[in-house]
Design a protein around this ligand. Structure first.
Ligand code: ATP
Ligand code: PRP
Length: 300
């Protein structure tokens, strides 16, 4: 296998929200590696790849500068590091979905609209781990005020939601998914700066574009598999047209004649989101023995 210098360097969040899903995904795409405790490098034994475990917030910079060939991180960190145009944003990965939002103590929202609450923060103190995006957001709002006014943006590295309660902030800008963290400290979201999810990104001049493409296709296969199921059912030939209209498949369904007069078996991929309704409708047109199987991986 290749020496360390010949390997594609692939940056993975070393901890936090994206870590577990990322490492599971690497296993699903067939990379064999063993990350020893406290080690931030892991050699992939079956491909010329070296995994580099880094803080998710630093990965966009490493990829943009070419210190690593590719990486997984949140779109929020790509934007905060101002490298949207300096990296190839190869794939949205379908996990790590959340929003970067402005939030304030609930009491401020009782007699004011969200717009009024946000306007009241102009010139105040806003605490965040995303100072550049927050500065940009408030700079736009400041333009709408008659007098020159500057909002104080204060950076903290974590537990942003504590800042209002501790008297450091009038409002915060933080990542929100379920809203439970905000709710727990009596904060309410009033505006959205950005919707984000995990992204696969690569350096624009990497010499390993061949391998980047292979890894991208493998990851795409895992993402596709997570969105679809494989479905098999039997239906009488005279109902086949109606059944096929319900489950047209990606290209076309695979139809085989059963060893039973006038019946066919249909194999087809169905989007998970449409499955329950499709099964109801298949039953209604006389389909039987409807089997649904999870997919581990698939190339379409
Ligand atoms: N509640 C959430 N739900 C879904 N995705 C989230 C959530 N919070 C954060 N993320 C996503 O996961 C990424 C990493 O967030 P996390 O809070 O784990 O950062 P972190 O590991 O503490 O970062 P760093 O190591 O750089 O300090 C975020 O950039 C965002 O894209
Ligand atoms: O809306 P929710 O589903 O409650 O998620 C939001 C929380 O998730 C993230 O933090 P995380 O828990 O990853 O830890 P951190 O605060 O240490 O970054 C984010 O910073 C919020 O605090």
């Amino acid at each position: 296998m290749s020496s360390l210098e010949d390997r594609l360097l692939f940056a993975i969040p070393k901890k936090g929200r994206l870590y577990e899903t990322c490492t599971k995904m690497l296993e699903k795409i067939g990379l064999k590696f063993n990350r020893k405790p406290r080690h931030d490098l892991a050699v992939v034994s079956n491909m010329p790849v070296l995994l580099v475990f880094l803080p998710a917030s630093d990965i966009p910079t490493y990829v943009a500068e070419g210190s690593v060939d590719m990486g997984i991180t949140g779109l929020d960190f790509v934007s905060e590091n101002r490298v949207e145009d300096k990296v190839n944003q190869i794939l949205e990965l379908g996990f790590g979905q959340c929003r970067l939002q402005v939030a304030v103590p609930r009491v401020k929202t009782l007699q004011a609209t969200a717009e009024e609450v946000i306007a009241s923060l102009i010139g105040g103190r806003v605490v965040t781990s995303f100072p550049w995006l927050t500065r940009k957001y408030f700079a736009e709002l400041e333009k709408t005020t008659p007098e020159e006014i500057s909002t104080k943006i204060v950076y903290v590295s974590g537990s942003v939601e504590a800042a209002c309660g501790l008297g450091l902030a009038d409002g915060i800008v933080d990542l929100v998914d379920t809203g439970e963290t905000l709710e727990a400290v009596g904060l309410v979201p009033v505006g959205t700066l950005l919707s984000t999810q995990a992204m696969l990104i690569s350096n624009q001049s990497s010499k390993r574009s061949d391998l980047i493409e292979v890894l991208k296709l493998r990851i795409q296969g895992v993402i596709n598999a997570s969105k679809y199921v494989f479905c098999q059912y039997n239906v009488e030939k005279h109902n086949m047209e109606e059944a096929v209209a319900i489950t047209p498949g990606k290209k076309a369904p695979n139809v085989t004649t059963l060893d039973k007069t006038n019946w066919v078996s249909i194999n087809v991929m169905i989007a998970k989101a449409e499955l329950a309704e499709a099964m109801d409708r298949l039953s209604a047109v006389g389909a039987t023995d409807i089997l649904v199987m999870a997919l581990d991986n698939c190339r379409v």
